[in-house]
Design a protein around this ligand. Sequence first.
Ligand code: SF4
Length: 220
Amino acid sequence: MVVESILMKESEKKIFERLENLYCEMDSAWEKIASLYGFICNGCDENCCESEFYHHTLIEKKYLLKGFNQLPTPQIILATKRAKKVCTKRDIAAKKQESIRIMCPLNQDGKCILYKYRPMICRLHGIPHELVKPASYSSNSNTKPLSDINPILISDANPVLSSGCNAGSELFSAKGYIKFDRTPFYSEMAAIEKEYLTTVVGKNVRNKQTIAQMLTKISF
Ligand code: SF4
């Protein structure tokens, strides 16, 4: 039992390293393209941390919580309180069928307190991009979990182009679209999730949570 648990920890550590490498690649690709536009993400009225995104991988949740548990206790308590408030406000809005913008509980005084551990969507947001999605997967649906996506299927479909954020719109239209393909990042993330579910979790678990939900429903 002890040996099994040590092996599990080792597997998890290796998968975290793979995830960190992917995050590094995303960050440098994003920086490179943003600099070609002359775009700097430096706080704006339309703060993307006020947009609620669903995150679909368990490995990213686990990694985020790893960082969260290393925060000083007072910061953990405050962020958990903020997360509970966000969930309550969101539930009220959902009942009224209203859409709301609400600040992520990890944003404190305009800064992400888990910047190093932030998930993929937070890293890729902002600049115009393309993504090839298989028809069976939609980031807003409960269909296939990321780990079920076949990278070969991804490469056979047509890319979907998306515009960047409003803060950079003038810069983006002045330069025209500079290719930023998210597909290889999604593909590698799907492979990492699959490895994590197979070698560490031992079953196929679907995840679809906002950051606030992750912080209030900590176990999985
Ligand atoms: S995790 Fe950090 S970067 Fe992402 S939305 Fe929350 S505060 Fe913003």
